[in-house]
Design a protein around this ligand. Structure first.
Ligand code: FMN
Length: 137
C-alpha cells in the first residue's frame, strides 16, 4: 500500500528566493532515497503539497516537513492508503503560480475548501492536470 497526505501551509518565501530553491534540493534527494514522490505548488505565499510513499518513510518526511521553519500553519487535508502512486517518478515536482493557478481552478470547479476531503480531491485534480502536461525533472 502507498500512503499519502496532502497538506497546505503558509510561507514568506518567494519562488525566486535562493532559499526557496534550496528547500527543494534536500527533499528531492531524501525523497528519492525513500521512494517518496509528490507535487509541491506555491501560490501567493501558500504551499500545497501532495506527499506519498511507504508508511515508515512517509512518517520521516512528515516530521521534516513539520519541523521546517520555512513555513508555518501546516494543515493536513487528508490521509489515505491506496494501491498506486499519483506522481510516480516525481520526487518532488514544483508548480508556481505564474503558470497555473490552483485558486482559480478551485473557484472554477466550485470546490468547497472547508470540506477537507473535497479540498484534497480538488488539489489532487489540479496537480494531476499539471503533472500530465509536464515532463519530470
Ligand atoms: C514547502 C516545503 C516542502 C517540503 N517538502 C519536503 C519533502 O517532500 N521531503 C522532505 O524530506 N522534506 C521536505 N521539507 C523539509 C526540508 O527538506 C528541510 O528539512 C527543511 O526545509 C530544512 O529546514 P528549514 O526549512 O527549517 O531550514 C519541506 C519543507 C518545506 C518548507
Amino acid at each position: 500500500m502507498v500512503r499519502n497526505f496532502p497538506y497546505r501551509s503558509e510561507t514568506l518565501l518567494q519562488p525566486h528566493d535562493l532559499e526557496f530553491r534550496m528547500i527543494l534540493e534536500h527533499p528531492r534527494s531524501r525523497n528519492s532515497n525513500m521512494a517518496v514522490t509528490g507535487y509541491l505548488h506555491c501560490e501567493d505565499g501558500i504551499f500545497h503539497q501532495w506527499v506519498e510513499g511507504p508508511e515508515a518513510e512517509l512518517r520521516i518526511v512528515e516530521r521534516c516537513i513539520y519541523e521546517s521553519r520555512s513555513h508555518y500553519g501546516q494543515t493536513i487535508l487528508s490521509r489515505d492508503a491506496v494501491s498506486t502512486k499519483q506522481f510516480l517518478g516525481w520526487h518532488m515536482a514544483l508548480g508556481v503560480s505564474e503558470k497555473n493557478s490552483l485558486f482559480d481552478f478551485v473557484a472554477i470547479q466550485g470546490v468547497r475548501t472547508l470540506h477537507r476531503t473535497e479540498y484534497a480531491a480538488g488539489v489532487l485534480a489540479f496537480m494531476r492536470a499539471q503533472f500530465d502536461t509536464t515532463s519530470p525533472f
